[in-house]
Design a protein around this ligand. Structure first.
Ligand code: ADP
Length: 206
């Protein structure tokens, strides 16, 4: 069975959720059997984990506890949503996946990337997106778009600069999987560019 698993990545305010939703709606309107999900919070249990992660009151949350909560969220998401949907032949679109953990907890929090990669491998049961759409934007510009900030969105500009650089490094190291889009363009222009990349993949799963 040919599977299509697409993740969207980018820093806060890059416009990744906007584009993930646009792609989902377009694929649905074209008759594809498709699901749209997100991390953290893609299952009922994950929503509880998400609340802990994004709660501004949790200023004492330890860096490793944060890492394990994201991994727990992912393990649940894979078992309950992503793996069954791919098994059923559906196209899966997720707003954030394992690259977020490398970029945010690896580079942002400076936890060993090698260890995170191993833990990601365990949490995902070895499942990797076929395509990752990275929406790239300068942190200052992205953060300006965010009105109501959660715990992660309260990080410094310097933190987001490190996260952005790591995302770009991941894209450099994985040119076949990760495609970078310019987040300062209009939502319509970005959507058009994304469709150009998706169309050949749709041919492949026909
Ligand atoms: P993210 O998921 O990356 O945090 P969102 O898609 O939620 O970002 O978008 C954050 C805000 O920026 C929203 O108000 C959205 O309408 C706006 N936005 C999204 N894409 C663009 C764009 N290309 N240009 C200008 N504003 C945008």
């Amino acid at each position: 069975m040919k599977k299509l698993f697409i993740s969207f990545e980018g820093i806060e305010g890059s416009g990744k959720s906007t584009q993930a939703e646009k792609l989902y709606k377009w694929l649905n309107s074209e008759g594809y059997d498709c699901i749209f999900t997100k991390e953290p919070g893609g299952t009922e249990i994950s929503k509880k984990i998400r609340n802990i992660l994004l709660d501004k009151e949790n200023t004492e949350l330890a860096e490793l506890a944060e890492l394990f909560l994201y991994l727990a969220d992912r393990a649940q998401h894979i078992k309950e949503v992503i793996e069954p949907a791919l098994f059923d032949g559906k196209i899966v679109i997720t707003d954030r996946f394992f690259d977020s953990t490398i970029a945010y907890q690896g580079k942002g929090r400076e936890i060993s990337e090698e260890q995170i990669r191993t833990m990601n491998e365990i949490a995902t049961d070895g499942i990797s997106p076929n395509l990752t759409i990275l929406i790239d934007i300068f942190p200052k510009k992205g953060l300006k778009r965010i009105k109501c900030k959660d715990r992660m969105e309260l990080e410094s500009e310097d933190f987001y600069k490190r996260v952005r650089q790591e995302y770009l490094k991941i894209a450099d190291e994985n040119p076949n999987r990760v495609k970078v889009f310019n987040g300062v363009l209009s939502p319509e222009e970005i959507e058009k560019d994304i469709r150009k990349v998706i169309k050949p993949l749709l041919e492949r799963i026909k």
